[in-house]
Design a protein around this ligand. Structure first.
Ligand code: SAM
Length: 321
């Protein structure tokens, strides 16, 4: 139960055209203020003011990351319920809404194109870049150990890049599929699979944001150093979940929260790492449970990046345990 004044302030915050549009946009995934400004075609101070009112009333949550801030819908509480109620009643054929949806997908497509352009230029030197940033050996050993020596029928590596995960885990699957949106990365991955004599894995061109479900189901899905390229990793996780076999496992490797803004400006990162709390929320929303988290501090003290490995399981499996 909430006090009258609290309820009125939530209603007031939600009771305005632009703010309802913002709620509907955020229902489709987290966005930065910059994106929302572009989608709505309104000034940044104005959009920020609306967002602040929504955040103060508990309708949306704000997550500051370096020079950017991301907003998403609250997932629990009166504000979350009211937001869901409103969004469920909003007609997507409404003129403003149609325009917002079109701009939202244009903004996402543009971001995807920027990332693809970046990966096209770094494809041949990608492994070198990785070694500069992360304690690779320890992470790879932990990824292998997370599978506990078992062999699954199908393993899908989303954002496979140069195919390193398919190579590392080659003994753990009968059929391996690597998906990536960069032709250049896939060319490197194909060469790697051939030179390692791995004939039971193949790589395909595709977008994690628009997955072909017939590729699955997979007992294991790997998403290694990919989620920070998306504004809304939770949305991608929910997409990936659609490929997971009942009781399957997802292995996610990504950076812990950091403040290295240059990774955004020079290396196409969108999120400055992912926190444990964020991952738990995204997993929960996707019907997954966090089974284990391990952290690997950087070997490179200058850059200071910590890598996290999460093992997420399909809820069916958790309930059976
Ligand atoms: C940092 S690399 C990681 C590659 C590989 N998982 C690894 O760790 O070696 C990120 C990869 O994600 C891919 N990627 C980015 N956005 C994608 C999308 N929407 N769909 C599929 N792949 C994507 C990039 O092309 C790139 O190869």
């Amino acid at each position: 139960m909430a006090e009258l004044t609290e309820l009125v302030s939530v209603l007031k915050a939600a009771g305005e055209g632009t703010r309802v549009r913002l709620l509907a946009l955020l229902a489709d995934g987290d966005h930065s203020v910059k994106d929302l400004t572009e989608i709505l075609g309104q000034s940044q101070p104005r959009v920020s003011r609306h967002l602040k009112l929504l955040a103060d009333a508990g309708l949306v949550r704000r997550n500051a990351e370096g020079a950017w801030a991301y907003y998403g819908l609250m997932q629990q509480g009166d504000g979350a319920e009211l937001a869901q109620w409103l969004i469920a009643r909003l007609d997507d054929s409404d003129t403003d809404r149609r325009c917002d949806i079109a701009r939202q997908s244009a903004v996402r497509a543009q971001q995807q194109a920027q990332a693809s352009e970046y990966f096209a230029t770094v494809a041949s030197s990608w492994d070198l870049l990785k070694t500069l940033q992360v304690p690779e050996e320890a992470v790879e050993a932990a990824v292998l150990a997370a599978l506990g020596g078992r062999k699954v029928d199908t393993l899908i590596d989303l954002g496979t890049g140069t195919g390193r995960m398919l190579e590392l885990l080659a003994g753990s699957y009968t059929r391996g599929i690597g998906l990536d949106s960069s032709r250049e990365m896939l060319a490197v991955a194909r060469a790697r699979l051939v030179s390692s004599g791995i004939g039971h894995a193949q790589v395909r061109l595709g977008d994690i944001g628009d997955l072909d479900v017939s590729m699955g189901p997979a007992e294991v899905i790997v998403i290694h150093q990919v989620l920070h390229y998306f504004d809304d990793p939770g949305r991608m996780l929910a997409q990936a979940r659609r490929l997971l076999a009942p009781g399957g496992d997802m292995l996610i490797v990504d950076f812990a929260p950091h403040e290295l803004e240059f990774l955004r400006s020079e290396h196409a990162h969108r999120r400055l790492g992912l926190s444990r709390a964020q991952m738990s929320n995204w997993a929960e929303a996707a019907g997954l449970t966090v089974q284990a988290v391990a952290e690997f501090p950087s070997e490179n003290s200058e850059r200071g990046l910590t890598v996290c490995l999460w093992r997420l399981s399909d809820k069916i499996k958790t309930e059976q345990n």
